[in-house]
Design a protein around this ligand. Structure first.
Ligand code: NAX
Length: 331
């Protein structure tokens, strides 16, 4: 591919970016023949660190990097962007109220959404990773009325990958044989990791997960809580939040958004709700999707039992509350 794509990564001096950037320039996201202009945005206090990252990018001597821009200016960063991966966010500090966190992030994503609206390529695809990811994505999209809503998404692929991995470990199969797990709702501890529609490829054929793991108590209990609390478990073990696995999930999300999903394969993506599964328009909610020609479609017609309905409704209410609290700061 001879056309260069402009890829913006925010929070570029942070720990996720320190894995993500190298996945991107190796070709894992856009393919092995796609040249990339890499645009790295962070805040002024991080600019020295960012220069160090740039030296390391150069030293990797990867041929896909056509140029690198390091900036603290949103206009410079988002001008002509084809892909914007918004990783940088205000972290929660000790003593900070939840409303302070929502306020600080509302301010960041309002400015970035507006800059994307004013300066990015009109077909830009935006992925929000910085937390609270669903609500930050909604704010950015709301502040970018000239960019189609469908071009804004948030990351729940890490939760999706975690769910696949837990199923593979429990069933003692390779993770590549686990398909169509679903993450519903918010990227938070109210998310609903759902194994009911998933299947495992066994030597004997395609088999529903619940026919391989014949333990409903585990599938409706420990499986769900393990995935919901995985981020916290990593922080408590590593004393740092997940970074390499987050970068891998970001790479999977963008790769599939660009190249599509294999026939019949669902991936989880936070996308604007459209009434599917009783979630009215107006929030960014994680759904099972399939992707073709750069456009995702929410998988329709999956059965929702009362157990699932309750969990989906509860993560929905949390998102409505987050939206109400955050939006008072952007009016
Ligand atoms: P770090 O604190 O290591 O890095 C964040 C970087 O963002 C810092 O360099 C900071 O200076 C920069 N930043 C802050 N405000 C900025 C702004 N206005 N413009 C540009 N850059 C800005 O955090 P890291 O571990 O990399 O995590 C980044 C974000 O991802 C956090 O909000 C984190 O909660 C979130 N995560 C989301 C996940 C998801 O699945 N949606 C999973 C992983 C991760 O926890």
């Amino acid at each position: 591919n001879s056309e260069i794509v402009n890829v913006v990564i925010t929070g570029a001096a942070g720990q996720i970016a320190y894995s993500l950037i190298f996945n991107v320039i190796k070709g894992d996201m856009f393919g092995n023949d796609q040249k990339i202009k890499l645009v790295l945005l962070d805040i002024p206090a991080m600019i020295d660190g960012l220069r160090g990252v740039v030296m390391e990018i150069e030293d990797c001597a990867y041929p896909l990097v056509s140029s690198i821009v390091c900036t603290t200016d949103v206009k410079e960063a988002f001008t002509d962007a084809h892909y914007a991966i918004l990783v940088g966010a205000m972290p929660r500090r000790d003593g900070m109220e939840r409303s302070d966190l929502l306020k600080a992030n509302a301010a960041i994503f309002k400015v970035q959404g507006k800059a994307i609206n004013d300066y990015a390529n009109k077909n830009v695809k935006v992925l929000v990773v910085g937390n609270p990811a669903n609500t930050n994505a909604l704010i950015a999209s709301t502040c970018a009325p000239n960019i189609p809503k469908e071009n804004f998404s948030c990351l729940t692929r890490l939760d999706h990958n975690r769910a696949k991995a837990q199923i593979a470990l429990k069933a003692n199969v390779n993770v590549k044989d686990v398909h169509n797990v679903i993450i519903w709702g918010n990227h938070s501890s109210t998310q609903y990791p759902d194994s009911r529609c998933g299947y495992i490829n066994l030597p004997t054929g395609k088999t529903p997960i619940s026919n391989v793991i014949k333990n409903d108590q585990w599938l409706q209990g420990e499986f769900i809580t393990t995935v919901q609390k995985r981020g916290a478990a990593i922080i408590s073990a590593r004393k740092l939040s997940s970074a390499a696995s987050a970068a891998k999930a970001i790479t999977d999300h963008m790769h599939d958004w660009v190249f599509g999903t294999p026939e019949g394969e669902y991936v989880s993506m936070g996308v604007p709700s459209d009434g599917s599964y009783g979630i009215p328009e107006g929030i960014i909610f994680s759904f099972p999707v399939t992707i073709k020609n750069g456009k995702y479609t929410i998988v329709q017609g999956l059965p929702i039992d009362p157990f699932s309905r309750a969990l989906i409704d509860s993560t929905h209410s949390e998102l409505i509350q987050e939206k109400t609290s955050a939006f008072q700061f952007i009016e």
